[in-house]
Design a protein around this ligand. Structure first.
Ligand SMILES: Cc1cc2nc3c(=O)[nH]c(=O)nc-3n(C[C@H](O)[C@H](O)[C@H](O)COP(=O)(O)O)c2cc1C
Length: 310
């Protein structure tokens, strides 16, 4: 490969959310999984586990829980987990007591998991497939932990689908290189560079407003604040107990967030099991389910704020 070949290969990458029905040949799957395991790994520990979903009902269920229906239709769907459970078992097997380093564990286990899964995606792309990372696992962390029987020391970072695209190639924009690759020391972006960044990234959404899309995820009242609560709860439950659950987000606080985000009306219904909360914006209503009002409301707000980059 020469440098131009490398660029041509990576220019062909695009995230795919619609797949043709297709079963990967065994040797293709084998090569993809081989690539995953050849990824570098911190201290040789391989702090990750991928759950390969082969049960069609489970795949579809995961599609619903993550609100990424292609988990049900892709040739291959994996849940990418950070994992120190196996590492601790290995240590205990030889009579060592596992150390107490929960923040470092999250740091390196996520790193290991991402490197292995991205290797897998690149290998799949080398074979002519495409895929999609799915952060949508954060929409249903407790349900996924139970469904996949994830033990303490394990949490899902994301999911990954792979298959044959049933959609046209889209080359989505990136920031100017100078904004993300700095020489020798960190460079704060100038106002001109920030303005330019918005112009460069405008094409990522159909409305041409990257700021609006970013704000729905990352600004005050955006979906990441809801995810923050879910993730803290799960990390604490799975043994990463440096992370405090965010108990301060009660139903009142979530509803205040919903009002600020432009959803002033709330309807709650009792169901056979749990509650259903509807957030209303006049012409649009969004539903969330949960066992408590806070949980149902959080899920409704997440649904209301959801907007994938197109
Ligand atoms: C960690 C991570 C989580 C993501 N989560 C989702 C997701 O839940 N649903 C989705 O449709 N795309 C998801 N994506 C795909 C991004 O939206 C996509 O990579 C981005 O828009 C750039 O597009 P491109 O990959 O086609 O260049 C995710 C990507 C990453 C790396």
């Amino acid at each position: 490969m020469n440098p131009e070949d490398v660029k041509t290969f990576f220019r062909k990458h695009w995230t795919v959310r619609n797949y043709q029905p297709f079963q990967l040949p065994e040797e293709h799957l084998d090569a993809i999984l081989y690539a995953a395991q050849r990824a570098p790994t911190d201290a040789t520990a391989q702090m990750y586990t991928f759950i390969r979903l082969t049960d069609p009902v489970l795949k579809q269920q995961m599609g619903e829980l993550t609100r990424n229906a292609h988990m049900g239709t892709a040739s291959e769907s994996f849940v990418i987990c950070a994992d120190i459970h196996r590492l601790n078992s290995l240590l205990e097997f030889r009579g060592y007591t596992p150390g107490d380093y929960p923040a470092v564990a999250v740091h390196f286990a996520v790193g290991d998991a991402v490197m292995a899964a991205q290797n897998m995606l690149i290998a799949a792309e080398m074979l002519g497939y495409m895929g999609c990372w799915i952060g949508g696992v954060m929409n249903a962390l407790p349900q996924i932990q139970q469904l996949l029987k994830l033990p303490r020391g394990v949490f899902p970072f994301a999911a990954l689908t792979i298959g044959v695209p049933a959609e046209e190639h889209k080359l989505r924009p990136r920031l100017d290189r100078a904004l993300v690759i700095h020489e020798n020391s960190y460079q704060d972006p100038t106002p001109e560079a920030l303005d330019q960044a918005y112009q460069e990234m405008a094409a990522i959404t159909s409305r041409g407003d990257w700021g609006l899309s970013l704000s729905r995820y990352f600004a005050k009242g955006g979906s990441m604040e809801i995810r923050e609560g879910h993730l803290r709860d799960l990390l604490a439950q799975q043994g990463f107990d440096h992370v405090q659950p965010r108990n301060n987000l009660d139903a009142d606080a979530v509803f205040q967030q919903a009002v600020q985000a432009g959803f002033p009306e709330l309807v709650v219904r009792q169901k056979a099991a749990g509650l259903e909360a509807w957030l209303d914006q006049g012409h649009l209503a969004y539903r969330g389910d949960g066992t408590s009002l806070t949980e149902a409301l959080k899920n409704a707000l997440m649904e209301a704020l959801k907007e994938h980059a197109e």
